[in-house]
Design a protein around this ligand. Sequence first.
Ligand code: SF4
Ligand code: SF4
Length: 201
Amino acid sequence: MVGGFEKLFLVGCGTCATECKTGGEDEVKAFKSKLENYGKKITGYIVVESVCDQRLTRLDLKRNIVNVEGADAILVLACGTATQTVAELSGKITIPACNTQFIGTIERIGRYHERCRACGDCVLYETGGICPIARCGKSLLNGPCGGQAKGKCEVGGWKNDCAWILIYNRLRDEGRLDLYRKYRPPKDYSQMTSAREVVFR
Ligand code: SF4
Ligand code: SF4
């Protein structure tokens, strides 16, 4: 993607991308050296506290306007939301340096687990705080299916726990197995079919 561009400006993120070691200060500097070794000119870089926060990104881009304007394109070492935020605010050609995979939780640096797919219709109260959309291999709402054995899921080669066994165990421990037996109708996925916005006031 950077092939056709001589001059690049780099954007890193001080939040998730720093935690994930994909786009914190260290990774941005390492990427800068690597690109320079390939003969690219880096006009500058910033590591915004949270690139998804337009207010912070707008300010940091403004402070670096000369270097931003001097670049042919901007390379963003953070998530897809960050890349789109930079594209919108800068008006420049913007390149994603990362393949964003999921909304997750951090077990330790280097190990992350998907926990939510932002479906817009949360059922966690009924499922013992375990998401069947993100954690069940088939996103079933009334599992488990016939593809579980000894608590493991056939999807992904038996390495993941069956989400519905986890849900059963949790609800049993909470004394709420009535929720396990409750039938859940097909989910209204129209909630997640197009770009969404949240407006509080
Ligand atoms: S049900 Fe799962 S995917 Fe939907 S909002 Fe809740 S945690 Fe996220
Ligand atoms: S085995 Fe469990 S986690 Fe896997 S698809 Fe079936 S219900 Fe979902």
